[in-house]
Design a protein around this ligand. Structure first.
Ligand code: ATP
Length: 228
């Protein structure tokens, strides 16, 4: 599989303290990459650097073989991300929220919106106000919003966090659909291997800002000892 996103010695310092240290990640086209680490390990910071929300102190990122530093605008159009919990207008319906966002951002297209709602299994409830949505439904609506630009890489920061078992199951189905049927590449962070092991192809483990391991999920499955 082709590597579409590569980070080279990605490093971030805040107030002289290194919170991400020399991270070299390789994300391959069409895979689900589970990015694991405990609180404060540096997952969000890495994701923010990949999406250009935060500037690396050192190192750089290549997306489709092109440096993000030089061509970030063109490359960012090919990424979708949800780094913090998505925020919606509670009294507006799911459709209205997506339409409003799409029009505001200048990419509204009714067909793309309907496909996105279908994909995240919210088509049946798209005329309900968002205040009636569960956390899992809001997370999926956030994914639908990100999907409207048809990104090739979707970056999701702890999308499973706080969901009930049904919400987790539905979210996993959405991940599988995006990856297996639409060939989308997903980078998903989580605290626990158990949250992503059923869907991930590759696992990257970060601890105290250092990427300890990047390994195919099949290799983890063949180990006898529990991992995390
Ligand atoms: P969590 O699972 O809790 O979200 P994380 O793995 O995503 O954790 P980060 O949010 O990337 O971790 O934080 C890594 C470290 O960087 C933490 O020690 C955090 O306090 C610190 N940090 C993050 N953002 C800033 C900032 N803007 N200024 C100073 N320190 C920061």
């Amino acid at each position: 599989m082709t590597t579409i996103l590569r980070t080279w010695e990605l490093t971030k310092e805040y107030q002289g303290k290194e919170v991400v240290s020399g991270v070299n990640m390789n994300i391959k086209q069409g895979e689900i990459y589970g990015f694991l680490g405990p609180n404060g390990a540096g997952k969000t910071t890495v994701m923010k650097m990949i999406t250009n929300l935060v500037k690396p102190t050192e190192g750089f990122i290549e997306f489709f073989g092109v440096s993000m530093t030089d061509h970030s605008y063109e490359l960012l159009k090919r990424m979708g991300c949800i780094i913090e919990n998505p925020v919606f207008y509670d009294k507006l319906t799911a459709r209205e929220n997506l339409q409003l966002h799409g029009e505001y951002m200048g990419y509204y297209n009714v067909k793309a919106m309907e496909e996105a709602l279908e994909l995240v299994k919210l088509k049946d409830v798209d005329k309900k106000p968002v205040k009636q949505f569960s956390l899992g439904m809001k997370q999926r609506l956030g994914i639908a919003r990100a999907l409207m630009t048809k990104p090739e890489l979707l970056i999701l920061d702890e999308p499973i966090n706080g969901l009930d078992p049904m919400g987790i199951k539905e979210m996993r189905e959405v991940f599988r659909m995006l990856s297996r049927e639409y060939g989308m590449t997903l980078l998903i962070s989580s605290h626990l291997l158990g949250e992503v092991e059923q869907v991930a192809d590759t696992i990257g483990v970060i601890f105290e800002g250092i990427l300890l391991e990047e390994v195919a999920m099949d290799r983890i499955r063949s180990r006898n000892t529990p991992y995390i």
